[in-house]
Design a protein around this ligand. Structure first.
Ligand SMILES: Cc1cc2nc3c(=O)[nH]c(=O)nc-3n(C[C@H](O)[C@H](O)[C@H](O)COP(=O)(O)O)c2cc1C
Length: 410
């Protein structure tokens, strides 16, 4: 773990949570891994842990107040914010999420969060009702949309005695997420990545459709990871709830046929194609022009197969392109995934278990394995979609030919 943090300047924001004591261990692990850590304690955080502990661990003055004087005659929150490689807020209280989402700047940490261009990673920790509250969820959604990153919280026993999501995720996961954000990996610079994402909606009449539960979170994680590695990213997205990162070109579609058209337009120019959308396998044969009236005899909707976008791109594939598919299966996962990989001419496939206990669709994490065309299987286990995206792009980067090996594409 030492390489990613070597000489990196990390601002560790500690807020008023019962989990604040865990930030001491986090600071210690970061320092051990070579990071230069500046701890910032909100007023509430100081009720739980003291600056002296962080100063002893980090070897640097811990910042406790916007108006205290630093050693240099400089505006400290601006200088520190400007020079930081990462802002890591752990634990992040409901309050700091609300302040950041609304752009409030009433203490050192919230002011510096507005002033920095560094990536921002929040590790929330709070009572499960506070986390589930629609106000907190809306704040998280706004911050994600603006490009902030989140790790956790995890489910478990909370200090208040409740059991559920709200506990600060374990230190190892925070370090892993921080390492990924701070990486200088530009392995996809100059590469074009095309991703399909989200569900499709197949109309029955002007108000009804056949659809599925896909949220687009996997597509978002893939787009973020590709952008982080320096790629140009196009996402052809069905009507998904998860917002896409600002740096991606987004083509919005509704149906599988529209998605296919949009993919056809950009496929030839891409180096990597990832079919992550949950495309409806079938669509209603007849689409009513007027709203179909309620009828006590019921209604027959005959479904016909939709085009298979990944399979068509498998046929169009030219040397040097890497094609990745997703197989969401409830049973015989690896066997089904292998068949899909071969039938569609893919280089890699992510086998996602969507058995009731594992379901990846709409969830924050996924139970997955990676299969390649050479017959290798890598069990990824249950991981966040961000981690899955990272592991997948590690494999894609290996599969991509070196620029010098490539024929020139028209
Ligand atoms: C014992 C105790 C534990 C708390 N734990 C949390 C917590 O885990 N998460 C949280 O969001 N707020 C928690 N709070 C409430 C925050 O400390 C409070 O909202 C405060 O205003 C947060 O300020 P800050 O975000 O500036 O640190 C706790 C309060 C107390 C008294």
């Amino acid at each position: 773990m030492s390489a990613p943090f070597s000489d990196k300047r990390i601002v560790l924001g500690v807020t008023g949570s019962i989990a604040a004591y865990k930030a001491c261990e986090l600071a210690s692990r970061l320092v051990e891994s070579g990071a230069k850590v500046t701890a910032v304690l909100t007023k509430s955080a100081q009720q739980f842990v003291g600056p002296v502990t962080f100063e002893a661990i980090t070897g640097r003055r811990a910042i406790c107040d916007l108006f205290e004087r630093g050693q240099e005659a400089e505006i400290e929150h601006i200088t520190v914010a400007r020079n930081a490689d990462l802002f890591l807020i752990a634990p992040a209280s409901a309050n700091v999420l609300a302040k950041a989402a609304h752009g409030l700047a009433d203490d050192w940490l919230s002011t510096a969060l507005l002033a920095t261009r560094a990536p921002i990673l929040f590790a929330p920790a709070m009572n499960m009702q506070m986390y589930a509250h629609s106000a907190t969820q809306a704040n998280v959604a706004v911050l994600r949309e603006r490009g902030c990153h989140f790790v956790g919280p995890e489910s478990g026993r909370l200090a208040c005695g409740d059991f559920g999501p709200g506990r600060l995720i374990e230190t190892g996961s925070i370090l892993e997420a921080a390492a990924a954000l701070i990486s200088t990996d530009r392995s996809l610079a100059g590469k074009q990545v095309l991703i399909t994402s989200g569900p499709t909606r197949e109309p029955i009449d002007p108000v009804r459709y056949v659809g599925n539960r896909s949220s687009g979170k996997m597509g978002r994680a893939l787009a973020q990871e590709a952008l982080r590695r320096g790629a140009s990213v196009t996402v052809v997205s069905g009507p998904a709830s998860a917002p896409l990162p600002a740096g991606a070109t987004v083509v919005k579609v509704e149906t599988a046929e529209q998605m296919l058209e949009a993919v056809r337009e950009t496929f030839a120019a891409c180096d990597v194609f990832i079919a992550a959308a949950a495309v409806a396998d079938y669509r209603p044969e007849q689409v009513y022009i007027e709203k179909h009236k309620r009828d006590v005899r019921g209604m027959d909707v005959h479904l016909v197969p939709n085009p298979d976008i990944a399979a068509e791109m498998g046929l169009r594939k030219t040397p040097g392109q890497v094609l990745v598919g997703f197989a969401a299966e409830t049973e015989h996962l690896l066997e089904q995934a292998r068949q899909k990989l071969e039938k569609k001419g893919l280089d890699l496939i992510v086998a996602n278990s969507v058995a009731p206990a594992d379901t990846a669709i709409g969830a924050e994490d996924a139970q997955a394995a990676l299969l390649d065309a050479q017959g290798h299987v890598e069990d990824i286990g249950r991981v966040s979609k961000e981690t899955l995206a990272r592991r997948l792009f590690d494999r894609i980067a290996q599969a991509l030919p070196k620029t010098s090996d490539l024929p020139v594409r028209p």
